[in-house]
Design a protein around this ligand. Structure first.
Ligand code: NAD
Ligand code: TYD
Length: 347
C-alpha cells in the first residue's frame, strides 16, 4: 500500500504514521504532506524520518499542484490535516474554512481524478453537537455548534458527496477527544499537565462539568489502520474511547498523578457555545471487529510520564514561542484575572 497521509506532523497524524510503519512494515510506504502550522512539529517523527518507506513533503492541502505531486503513485489517502482547536476557531480564524473545507475539496478532486482505492476523511464527534442523554450513532443528525465543528462537518459531508456523486471510495471516521504523547499544549490534558508541572493555574471553563469521552491516541491510530482494510466505502464509523468523564474529574486525576494540589484549579468564564456532553455509540465499529482497548487510567499514566520526560518537546513551545504566548494571553489573561476557586455559571 502506498499511502498519502496529510497532517502527519501533528498529534494524531504522527502517532498514526508511527503505528502504520510498525503494523505494516515493508508492506507500506508513506508520503506525509504537512504545511507545518503552529501545531506541527517535525520532531514528532524524528525516530522514523530516516526510513526508506517514509517521505515528507512540506505543503498545503489547499494547493492543487502540491496535492497532485504528493498524491502521485498513491493508492490510499488519510486526511488528518486540519485546524483543530475550538478556542482558536472562536477567535474568527478563516483558516478553519480554508483547510477543513476547501482543503478537503482539493484532496477529493485529486483522489477522484486518480481513482484512489481508499480515501479516509478524519472527521470528529463534534459534528453531532451536544447530547444530554444516550449516545450518537452514525445515523444521528449533525448539529455542529462552533466554527471548528461546523467546518469539520463541511469536510465530512463533502467527502460523503464524492462517494455518493462519483463513487470515490470514501470512509469517514468520527472520533472522540484524543489524548496521549505529542499533543500540542493548548488542548485540555497537555495544557493542564504542563501547567501543573510548573504550579501554574489550571483554567477550567464554567462549572467544569462538561463531559468528554477520552480516546487514547494509539487506539485511534489502530482504528484508522483497521478501517483502511475493513471499512466499507460510503460508510461512517464512530471511534469512541469508552471513557466518559467530566472535565473536573479529569483535572483532579491529572493533579493526583502529578502529586499537585487541587488548589491549582481555577474556574474561569466559560467557552461560548460550550457543548455540554459528547457521547458516541461505537457499536458499528465493534461489530466490524475493533474496540478501543486502553483504559483511561493506563493511558493517562503513560501520557503524564511522557510529558514529564519530554520537557525538551513542550518547554520551547510554552516558554519561547511568541505566537503561543500571545494566544495564551488572549485566551486566559482576562479569564484568570476574574477566576474563582468555585464553579462559574456554565454556558
Ligand atoms: P493537530 O492540530 O495536532 O495537527 C494538525 C496537523 O495538520 C498539523 O501538523 C498541521 O501542520 C497540519 N495542517 C494544518 N493545516 C494544513 C494544511 N492546510 N495543509 C497541510 N497540513 C496542514 O491536530 P490533531 O489533534 O492531530 O487532529 C488531527 C485530525 O483529527 C483533525 O482532522 C481533527 O479534526 C481530527 N480529530 C481530532 C481529535 C482530537 O481530540 N485531537 C478528535 C477527533 C478528530
Ligand atoms: P479541548 O481539549 O479544547 O477539546 P474539545 O473542545 O475538542 O472538546 O477541551 C476539552 C474540554 O475541556 C472541553 O469541555 C473544554 C474544556 N477546557 C477547559 O475547561 N479549559 C481549557 O483551558 C481548555 C483548553 C479546555
Amino acid at each position: 500500500m502506498r499511502l498519502l497521509v496529510t497532517g502527519g506532523c501533528g498529534f494524531i497524524g504522527s502517532n498514526f504514521i508511527r503505528h502504520v510503519l510498525e503494523s505494516r512494515g515493508a508492506g507500506v510506504s508513506i508520503v506525509n504532506l504537512d504545511k507545518l502550522t503552529y501545531a506541527a512539529n517535525p520532531a514528532n517523527l524524528a525516530d522514523v524520518a530516516g526510513r526508506p518507506n517514509y517521505r515528507f513533503v512540506r505543503g498545503d492541502i489547499v494547493d492543487p499542484d502540491v496535492v497532485a505531486m504528493a498524491m502521485e503513485g498513491c493508492d490510499a489517502v488519510v486526511n488528518f490535516a486540519a485546524e483543530t482547536h475550538v478556542d482558536r476557531s472562536l477567535l474568527g480564524d478563516a483558516s478553519f474554512i480554508e483547510t477543513d473545507v476547501r482543503g478537503v475539496f482539493v484532496l477529493l478532486e485529486e483522489a477522484r481524478r486518480r481513482g484512489v482505492r481508499r480515501f479516509v476523511q478524519i472527521s470528529t464527534d463534534e459534528v453531532y453537537g451536544s447530547i444530554a442523554r444516550g449516545s450518537f450513532t452514525e445515523e444521528s443528525p449533525l448539529n455542529p455548534r462552533n466554527p471548528y465543528a461546523a467546518s469539520k462537518a463541511g469536510g465530512d459531508r463533502l467527502a460523503y458527496s464524492y462517494w455518493a456523486s462519483y463513487g470515490v471510495p470514501v470512509i469517514i471516521t468520527r472520533a472522540s477527544n484524543n489524548y496521549g504523547p505529542y499533543q500540542y499544549p493548548e488542548k485540555l490534558i497537555p495544557l493542564f499537565v504542563t501547567n501543573a508541572v510548573d504550579d501554574l493555574p489550571l483554567p477550567l471553563y464554567g462549572d467544569g462539568k462538561n463531559v468528554r469521552d477520552w480516546l487514547f491516541v494509539r487506539d485511534h491510530a489502530a482504528a484508522v489502520d483497521f478501517l483502511l482494510d475493513a471499512g466499507v466505502p460510503g460508510e461512517t464509523y464512530n471511534i469512541a474511547g469508552g471513557n466518559e468523564a467530566e472535565n473536573i474529574a479529569i483535572t483532579k486525576r491529572v493533579l493526583a498523578e502529578l502529586g499537585k494540589p487541587e488548589g491549582l484549579i481555577r474556574f474561569v468564564d466559560d467557552r461560548p457555545g460550550h457543548d455540554r456532553r459528547y457521547s458516541l455509540d461505537a457499536g458499528k465499529l465493534a461489530r466490524l471487529g475493533f474496540t478501543a482497548a486502553t483504559p483511561f487510567e493506563r493511558g493517562l499514566v503513560e501520557t503524564v510520564r511522557w510529558y514529564r520526560e519530554r520537557e525538551d518537546w513542550w518547554r520551547p513551545i510554552k516558554e519561547r514561542d511568541a505566537a503561543y504566548r500571545e494566544f495564551y494571553r488572549t485566551q486566559y489573561e482576562q479569564r484568570l484575572a476574574t477566576s474563582s476557586a468555585t464553579a462559574k455559571k456554565p454556558g
